[in-house]
Design a protein. Structure first.
Ligand SMILES: Cc1ncc(COP(=O)(O)O)c(C=O)c1O
Length: 369
């Protein structure tokens, strides 16, 4: 057995082997919370754009030939829409997060980050020259203590959080965190991956009512918006600094113009069709009475099972019963917190939810959970 096979065998023995499979069954997994991927306006716009001659690829990086009118129009629209001075579009949210942390904090800076932030932010932090401090999840005291400790030595302090946590579905105390950031002259980086399109009066995210004072927001476009990409919103100098120093931006082919074009249309749909958001919140409310969990804060509902094997077993039984749901295991979540991640979307009917809940409850009972 060679070393690659040994590594794979080890994953298998630990119940950590991951395999690709095509989705099948009723969707309890995707991040297409608002059913946007199949929106007729988006399909129609894509066909029309191709017919009218929109190039398929950008042909180069944004700084060299790849800067298309669709990128510029999206960024201008996004800055207006989200209320920031400027915006910058990346091919994926992952790329945007790695860019933010690699490019902005310098070696005299400190990044304070929530223990549950996404792998893309962590990878960016690892690539950064700044020191970093991990704090307990959603713990304002821990955040303030860290700020107190470093406020005299750090040149700039960055605080990295998510608005809606991707694997736990709970919400960050954004207003309090922004107050702390302002008091300590820190910059709050808010990853709105699971907030954009869903939260806020008009779907701009959980940060919708915050002023752009001391904050940078990241709005991913492949989840509730149903397309792909990541839009970073911030001050003019922050965005210009990213254009000048963010390696994932500089050294990569620009996203296809079609992707930018459709993302702009998706933002317009979010603005024009609040009924999608309302429907999702009705489903969330219904699930509070149906699902066997004590707390539901958003469209993401974790069923923490701790043990990888149990999570895999229950996921498999639910899959066989016709539901597309998966076990999430470490390292995607902390050790000992394997879970099912239920992801709600507007295509789920009351009947589907009731049947799913019965099936899930039976399995949890069998495992004496
Ligand atoms: C919180 C969070 N940030 C960033 C990303 C990366 O976004 P993308 O899928 O657009 O690369 C994800 C994706 O799962 C996420 O959950």
């Amino acid at each position: 057995m060679n070393k690659f096979q040994k590594k794979l065998r080890l994953f298998e023995q630990q119940n950590r082997l991951r395999c690709l499979s095509q989705p099948s069954g009723i969707d309890f997994t995707s991040n297409d919370y608002l059913g946007m991927r199949e929106h007729p306006k988006l399909r129609h716009a894509a066909l029309e754009a191709l017919h009218s001659g929109m190039p398929v690829g950008a042909g180069g990086s944004r700084l060299l030939h790849g800067n298309c009118e669709q990128h510029i129009q999206l960024e201008e629209y996004a800055a207006l829409y989200f209320g920031s001075e400027k915006a910058l579009y990346f091919a994926t949210g992952y790329q945007a997060n790695t860019a933010i942390f690699q490019a902005l904090p310098t070696r005299h800076d400190v990044i304070i980050y929530d223990s549950l932030i996404h792998a893309s932010s962590r990878d960016g932090i690892q690539n950064s020259n700044a020191k970093s401090i991990k704090i307990a999840h959603n713990d304002l005291n821990a955040c303030e203590n860290a700020l107190k400790r470093i406020c005299n030595s750090a040149e700039t302090i960055w605080i990295a959080i998510e608005s809606v946590y991707s694997m736990d579905g709970d919400l960050a105390p954004l207003e309090d965190l922004q107050k702390l950031a302002i008091n300590y002259n820190a910059i709050l980086i808010i990853d709105e991956a699971h907030g954009t399109g869903i939260f806020g009066e008009t779907g701009k995210g959980l940060s919708e009512d915050l002023s752009y004072e001391n904050i940078i927001t990241l709005h991913t476009c492949g989840k509730a918006l149903g397309v792909a990409g990541g839009i970073v919103c911030g001050s003019t100098e922050i965005i210009d600094l990213l254009i000048n120093t963010a390696r994932p931006f500089i050294y990569s082919t620009a996203p296809p113009p079609m992707q930018a074009y459709l993302t702009k249309i998706a933002l317009e749909i979010i603005r024009d069709e609040p009924e999608r958001r309302k429907k999702l919140f009705q489903i969330i409310e219904l699930c509070k009475t149906l699902l066997p969990v004590s707390e539901i804060n958003s469209q993401i509902v974790p069923i923490i099972l701790k043990d990888d094997r149990i999570a895999l077993n229950i996921a498999e039984i639910l899959q066989n019963a016709g539901y597309d749901i998966h076990a999430i295991r470490p390292p995607s979540v902390p050790e000992g917190s394997a879970r099912l991640r239920i992801s709600l979307n507007i295509n789920l009917t009351e009947e589907i939810l009731r049947n799913f809940s019965i099936c899930l409850s039976e399995q949890l009972k069998k495992e004496a959970l």
